[in-house]
Design a protein around this ligand. Structure first.
Ligand SMILES: [Zn+2]
Ligand SMILES: [Zn+2]
Ligand SMILES: [Zn+2]
Length: 340
């Protein structure tokens, strides 16, 4: 049972590696997602919703969908925006409208009671006068100026009132206008669109940080380039001990190059890791060894060059794969020219 599951996983990664080699943008976006862990939107009114890390890829949304289908990333709603149902712009204005006459002059006002005479009306119905530079309200019923809140007048509440027809209401009618195409619409016809952030899943992180995907990509790329390539190979060294290599390239059935990919760790652990691999390399005098990582430290370069080990690194997965192809081509052509 577990063997069958394992076999299925292996087939999936190979198929994925083939797909990613044909679609470098998909690979690049997967790598960005792993490095950033999550990508958040910036909401601009005129430019719309932007993901700064993805803006250099015009086809990003289609690629993100693919990665979501593959369960390497997942989305999460972080906000919602009102979108024009006609043109899709989110540059949308909001208007308060009168439920009776449709005027846009539906304003919020306070209900004021003039305690002195008992008159109640909305604030906009009180006259305004200036006394010593200060604005004061005058009661439209008795003509007396309102002096102090909660002494000679009080506020009973807030209400909306139409400046054109006088209609009062608890709530105005809400209308939206698209600033891009001028279409007006309301809450019943607006698109209330979700805005997502994207997160890498554990499956996506594991795929890259374990090195499994890079190994598979190297394997598929080398095979495609015409090399006799095998993956996850055990070879017996001159000491009689068996050693495992991520990739072995053969010439007429004889191993000529062995490759290991090690995801970069700290400087010190990388030197220790390389030293462990040197013992393995020494056991195969006839095979050229290539040590591949994302980053290579100065110390590792020093150790490797003193031992005749080929180092490959790259700033992105695509670069790593291309550099591996170049180094392998170089070694293979040197071996060929030595023979002839
Ligand atoms: Zn519009
Ligand atoms: Zn009105
Ligand atoms: Zn009054």
């Amino acid at each position: 049972m577990s063997e069958a599951v394992e076999a299925k996983e292996t087939i999936d990664i190979t198929a994925l590696a083939e797909k990613l080699l044909e679609d470098p943008v998909l690979l690049r976006i997967l790598e960005i997602m792993v490095n950033r862990r999550e990508i958040k939107p910036i909401i601009h009114l005129e430019k719309g919703i932007e993901y700064p890390e993805l803006k250099n890829f015009p086809e990003w949304s289609e690629k993100i969908e693919k990665l979501i289908d593959l369960k390497f990333i997942e989305r999460e709603i972080v906000d919602r925006v009102i979108e024009c149902p006609k043109c899709g712009s989110i540059h949308v204005g909001t208007r308060y409208k009168c439920p009776s006459c449709n005027s846009i002059n539906m304003v919020r006002t306070s209900i004021i009671q003039h305690i002195t005479c008992g008159y109640v009306d909305t604030e906009i119905r009180f006259k305004r006068v200036f006394e010593k530079g200060k604005e004061m309200l005058v009661c439209p019923n008795c003509g007396i100026r309102l002096r102090e809140l909660d002494v000679d007048y009080r506020i009973l509440g807030e209400i909306f009132e139409c400046l054109d027809c006088g209609r009062r209401a608890d709530r105005p009618k809400i209308e939206f206008i698209c600033r891009n195409c001028n279409t007006t619409f309301d809450i019943l016809t607006a698109n209330y669109k979700p805005v997502y952030m994207f997160k890498i899943t554990d499956k996506g992180t594991e795929l890259i940080t374990s090195g499994d995907l890079v190994r598979k990509l190297m394997f598929v790329a080398l095979r495609k380039a015409g090399f006799e390539t095998e993956t996850n190979v055990e070879l017996k060294g001159i000491s009689g001990v068996n050693h495992r290599f991520d990739i072995v390239i053969k010439s007429n059935g004889t191993p000529i190059i062995s490759i290991d990919y090690r995801p970069s760790s700290g400087d010190e652990t990388q030197v220790t890791d390389l030293l462990a691999h040197i013992a393995k390399y020494m056991d195969f005098p006839g095979i050229q060894y290539v040590y591949v990582s994302n980053k290579i430290s100065e110390n590792v370069i020093r150790v490797a060059s003193s031992q005749g080990i080929n180092l490959v690194h790259g700033g992105s997965i695509e670069e790593i794969i291309n550099n591996v192809l170049n180094v392998v081509r170089n070694i293979a052509s040197k071996i060929r020219s030595k023979k002839s």
